[in-house]
Write a protein of this length. Structure first.
Length: 150
């Protein structure tokens, strides 16, 4: 039997909600922390690393945005937990990768801010917790999709 490029999740509705809600909170927190980092930008402009890291943090946010747009598109098209490989990667794959990258970049930012004393760390902690939630829970949903055999 061969995979026809279709993936299906047999996850229960209760588990879906249990994974979906914290995952959504995660990307929202990440975006909030990222926005706060740009609001506080003048305070950090003295430190070149704290200028570069928030700019690089936009990459995971873009991945998350791609994933969110794809998941909205899937709901509009009434796709019920049966996705093509492309849609799966563009949706949950992008959210998972965005969360993982966001976590890594936020962790580096936090370590740098602690070591250099570069000011307020609250927005970094918000980004870090958002990246962890998004990456973890989107990843848990992503892993529940299995290839449909012909």
């Amino acid at each position: 039997m061969r995979n026809n490029g279709v993936y299906k999740s047999d996850i229960s509705t209760a588990r879906w909600i249990a994974y979906d809600l914290p995952g959504n909170v995660g990307w929202i927190l990440y975006f909030a922390g990222l926005i706060l980092s740009f609001v506080n930008f003048p305070e950090y402009s003295r430190d070149i690393v704290m200028v570069i890291l928030p700019a690089v943090s936009v990459i995971p946010a873009l991945l998350m945005l791609i994933g969110i747009a794809e998941l909205i598109s899937e709901r509009i098209h009434k796709l019920d937990r049966v996705l093509t490989r492309t849609r799966l990667l563009r949706g949950f794959g992008a959210l998972t990768l965005g969360g993982i990258l966001g976590t890594a970049i936020s962790a580096v930012m936090l370590i740098w801010a602690i070591l250099s004393g570069s000011g307020e760390m609250l927005f970094i902690l918000i980004m870090l917790s958002g990246g962890i939630l998004c990456g973890l829970f989107a990843g848990l949903l992503y892993k529940r999709y299995l290839p449909v055999e012909e």
